[in-house]
Unconditional design. Structure first.
Length: 217
């Protein structure tokens, strides 16, 4: 996106304060995200920016495609996409993966969580945007099972229409869909505190979540 995807999370209630404290303002250098789009019988996972095009997928760690029930879907890694065999019955799909940015002054461990479809209202991934009702246009952000509010949610479309959504008092965001095509919602947050993975400690850990869906032409 051409604008920054940074935001902070704030609790919706005192009971959610611990979950919200785990996430804070994301770094201004965040520019890429993972998103899903359908190309005929195949669902593609691409990295980059919907408006600027996809980038090579080099360095992605253990990408996994799956349904809400946990069933894994076969995927094939190509230069600029993961090709996923979608089930015959329409269903929301998810892809999760991670990547280490070792070129930064401090190595960044980045988790990507992408979802295609807005029929399901229950979050599955650690950070996920879900509709408040099936196929609805109002969305909430969920971090490890707890609803939290972002200060903004970024929107991009296949036709170049872009918006920044601000949450209402209950923490939800509502998106109008005046044009047909692919819509993509994106949020990025930084985990407060270090994380150790495979014996390596990372001081900078970020999560990016996208939700994409098609509006019929």
């Amino acid at each position: 996106m051409t604008f920054l995807s940074s935001f902070r999370l704030r609790p919706l209630s005192r009971t959610l304060s611990l979950a919200a404290a785990l996430l804070s303002l994301a770094g201004a250098s965040q520019a890429q995200y993972l998103w899903l789009q359908r190309e005929g019988p195949v669902v593609e996972a691409r990295m980059g920016d919907l408006g600027k095009g996809s980038q090579p997928l080099a360095g992605l760690l253990a990408p996994r495609a799956f349904l809400a029930d946990g069933k894994d879907l076969p995927l094939a890694a190509e230069a600029e996409r993961l090709a996923i065999s979608a089930p015959a019955t329409p269903a929301d799909l998810r892809v999760v993966t991670s990547r280490v940015d070792a070129a930064a002054a401090t190595p960044v461990l980045h988790y990507y969580q992408a979802k295609l479809g807005r029929a399901e209202t229950k979050a599955v991934s650690d950070l996920e945007l879900v509709p408040t009702e099936p196929d609805g246009n109002t969305f909430k952000l969920v971090w490890k099972g707890n609803t939290v509010a972002a200060s903004q949610v970024n929107v991009d479309t296949s036709d170049g229409w872009r918006r920044v959504l601000k949450p209402s008092k209950d923490g939800t965001v509502t998106l109008g869909t005046p044009f047909p095509g692919l819509y993509l919602l994106e949020v990025t947050a930084r985990v407060n505190g270090a994380v150790t993975v495979d014996g390596r400690k990372y001081e900078d850990v970020r999560h990016t979540a996208t939700l994409s869906f098609e509006v019929a032409r």
